[in-house]
Design a protein around this ligand. Structure first.
Ligand code: SF4
Length: 443
């Protein structure tokens, strides 16, 4: 069922603000069509005359006509991108992170999305196992490209085993479908030792590479990511954690294929997530290897990019001296070594003392943890009673998107209260540096 598109924000000085929209209003139709998602909304708004049916918060219907330039944005934000609900997943992957969470949390934390619209809009990964003929047609007609596809394996029996779904076997013919329509995907392989590694990984990468040549490569890039396991995973799930030895083996295997692909395509084409190097205890590839970072959201090159951006901004913004202050920078212990150059550079500023707390997650039961998986519980249990200085520098990758809440549903305010300290969420390099050097306001 399509619901009216509920508005949460009207951007100042926008067309919508001028017309008098307020948050709480909802768009029912645009030029007679009901948008089912943000993609429809954007498509329908690409016109010079819009006739809108709008429902206000009191439930009253209004008809509004807007004249604008074809590509003018109305300046509205909505409570969701999907006005007809989420398309859920029909697979049963043993490594699914949703099933590896503790029970008893909010229902929304257990929703398994596998929605091509979110893939197109936000780069989330989908499996293509639940698309109806109508949805395939829509992808083609609206040119919804690139999409981000969890391939995992190209051999039908291996992919079926991983997704626990017979429809998973069709991946190669689906890639042909994209290719014949000049549409693109970025692929991901979550590597599970003993299932899709070794010869299966090689086969998958070679199959995917066969879709790369051409003016519009059907498979634009591939990321290989190690399976992540938590202590809440179902018992007897046939999964084996990635060891240091396995990480080294995968790095060496993928490196030799990268070499081959570079010669053939003038592009590395397949990249390893940073986590492989952290688990293996090996140096990360240099920043230039990542080209234009096509798989940055998969943790491919994000450490090197962060360091590069830090150095650029630090050279512009970091003064030689600040009034004395001390901060505690919390990160996952996986990046402790990689981020030492940043720590050293910050501590060169006279008066500034930044201490790094590199934590693992007892909450998830991991001995090596990436920053994005640390929870409020981990911070409270590991930092209680410590001298944290003026406060904690908290990378926002630990928080749920757009919320001041950790993955375990504990809020930043709760952690701040428990640790008797201020918390400074930092979203990027500039905010990180500015927080370190700006006057401290005690809240
Ligand atoms: S496709 Fe994604 S959401 Fe669905 S079971 Fe597999 S990992 Fe979980």
């Amino acid at each position: 069922m399509i619901r009216p598109a509920r508005i949460t924000q009207v951007l100042p000085d926008s067309i919508a603000a001028e017309v008098g929209f307020t948050s709480g209003d909802a768009i029912v139709s645009i030029n007679g069509s009901q948008p089912r998602d943000l993609i429809d909304y954007q498509f329908l708004c690409a016109d010079e005359i819009l006739e809108l049916e709008v429902l206000d918060e009191a439930g009253k219907t209004h008809h509004i006509e807007i004249e604008k330039d074809y590509d003018d944005d109305l300046g509205l934000e909505f409570e969701t991108a999907l006005f007809d609900g989420l398309i859920q997943c029909n697979n049963r992957c043993p490594f699914c992170f949703i099933d590896q969470q503790p029970p008893g949390k909010r229902e929304s934390l257990y929703l398994k999305d596998d929605d091509y619209r979110l893939s197109f809009l936000y780069g989330s990964y989908l499996t293509l196992t639940n698309l109806t003929e109508k949805e395939w047609q829509r992808i083609e007609q609206m040119r919804l490209s690139p999409l981000y596809v969890s391939v995992h394996a190209t051999e039908p029996e291996v992919r079926t085993r991983l997704l626990k779904n017979p429809r998973a076997a069709q991946i190669l013919s689906q890639l042909e479908w994209f290719q014949s329509r000049r549409l693109q995907i970025h692929a991901q392989i979550v590597l599970c030792p003993g299932i899709n590694d070794g010869i299966h990984l090689e086969q998958s990468l070679r199959d995917l590479a066969s879709f790369h040549p051409g003016e519009v490569p059907a498979v634009a890039s591939v990321a290989v990511v190690p399976v992540g396991l938590t202590k809440f995973r179902p018992q007897e799930d046939e999964l084996i954690p990635v060891t240091r030895e396995k990480a080294r083996e995968v790095i060496s295997q993928v490196r030799s294929l990268q070499e081959e692909f570079r010669q053939k395509f003038y592009s590395t084409f397949v990249w390893l997530a940073d986590e492989w190097f952290l688990i293996a205890g090996e140096d990360l590839p240099c920043e230039s290897e990542y080209e234009d970072y096509p798989q940055i959201d998969n943790g491919v090159g994000s450490i090197q990019l962060f360091i590069k951006q830090f150095i650029d901004v630090a050279n512009q913004l970091l003064p030689a001296k600040v009034p004395p202050r001390k901060f505690t920078w919390v990160v996952g212990n996986a990046v402790e070594r990689a981020f030492q150059p940043i720590l050293q550079r910050l501590n060169q500023v006279s008066g500034l003392e930044v201490g790094m707390c590199a934590l693992s997650s007892d909450y998830w039961g991991q001995s090596i943890t990436v920053t994005g998986l640390l929870t409020g519980h981990d911070l409270i249990t590991k930092l209680k009673g410590q001298n944290l200085g003026a406060g904690i520098l908290l990378p926002t990758v630990m928080l749920k998107h757009g919320e001041l809440v950790f993955l375990d549903d504990i809020s930043v305010a709760q952690v701040s209260h428990q640790l008797h300290t201020q918390i400074f969420p930092i979203a990027g390099v500039e905010e990180f540096i500015k927080t370190c050097i700006s006057p401290i306001v005690v809240s």
